[in-house]
Design a protein around this ligand. Structure first.
Ligand SMILES: C[S@@+](CC[C@H](N)C(=O)[O-])C[C@H]1O[C@@H](n2cnc3c(N)ncnc32)[C@H](O)[C@@H]1O
Length: 273
């Protein structure tokens, strides 16, 4: 199957504000949020211009505004974009946002010749566009300054299998093999995904690195989200335990073996100079 933007819009229009709340739903989800936040703080300079693509209702838009950045917010879902704007107005950071644009990461022509010091695409836009990911990367690169950075997170193949094993182990062997081989969860590879209407590509860390390097980018940072704490939410109810494990997560990102063990892979890439 090729990328179907209407299916993505249907899914995220219906998901609504759940997209904002998901970061608080468990210790595991909070850990993902913290790891993404850390990446923003480490690789986006305060006060710079940022293009945030697939911003959803704006958990990270809010952080970027707190960092004094000027932000262009893009999302394919009109409902997510409406929620993003509503949230910014309610919380008082709408003046940090230069524009809200309903657009596809594969075609950002509406942004013309603008250039951004950071392009942020957290939470899977590069996974949702399936076979059009090279177009998405070309568009992001076009909009980056010469020393600009691309921060992204994508679905991880092995980490998702690990986290969602309860929904995987009983599938027909052919379906497991098709998903594993291609990395795609689509009607073609996974008939059982049709009902949920949620289709995406799951990367391995090697594949993600190769993909980014194929366009002349160097990978500055890669991390699993989450390598250590996946499935251990019940253990992490106390803040001090949460902080201990967060430190372990950060340590784990230094180990190549851990990179594929979160539901997502976070990466930061920059043009070769
Ligand atoms: C899982 S949410 C992540 C939201 C936010 N970045 C976060 O991490 O909390 C993915 C968002 O990407 C948007 N999206 C998916 N495919 C996209 C595309 N091709 N172009 C632009 N936005 C897209 C969805 O509408 C949704 O708001």
């Amino acid at each position: 199957m090729t990328y179907d933007p209407d299916a993505v819009v249907r899914f995220f229009d219906a998901f609504g504000f759940g997209e904002y709340e998901r970061h608080d739903q468990s210790a595991e989800a909070r850990m993902k949020y913290e790891l993404h936040l850390r990446c923003l703080r480490d690789f986006v300079s305060p006060g710079t211009s940022v293009l945030e693509i697939g911003a959803g209702p704006g958990r990270f838009t809010e952080t970027l505004a707190e960092m004094g950045c000027r932000i262009s917010v893009v999302d394919l879902s009109a409902e997510q974009l409406r929620l993003n704007r509503e949230r910014a107005e309610e919380k008082g950071y709408a003046s940090s946002i230069d524009l809200w644009l309903e657009a596809d990461i594969c075609d950002l022509g509406a942004l013309g010749a603008r250039r951004y010091e950071a392009v942020v695409a957290f939470g899977g836009p590069f996974s949702y566009v399936l076979d059009r990911r090279a177009d998405a990367l070309r568009e992001c690169r076009r909009l980056m300054t010469a020393d600009g950075r691309l921060l992204l997170s994508v679905m991880s193949r092995w980490g998702s299998i690990h986290a969602f094993l309860h929904g995987v182990y009983d599938l027909p062997q052919g379906e497991i093999e098709a998903v594993l081989r291609s990395g795609d969860v689509t009607p073609a590879t996974s008939p059982s995904s049709v009902e949920g209407g949620h289709f995406f590509h799951m990367f391995t860390s090697d594949e993600l690195r190769e993909f980014l390097e194929s366009d002349g980018l160097s990978v500055r940072h890669m991390a699993a989200s989450n390598a250590v704490s996946t499935k251990w939410s019940d253990l992490l109810t106390e803040e001090r335990h949460f902080r201990t494990v967060l430190a372990l997560e950060q340590e784990a990102t230094r180990s190549a073996g851990a990179l594929d063990m979160g539901t997502h892979i976070i990466a930061v890439a920059q043009a070769d100079t």
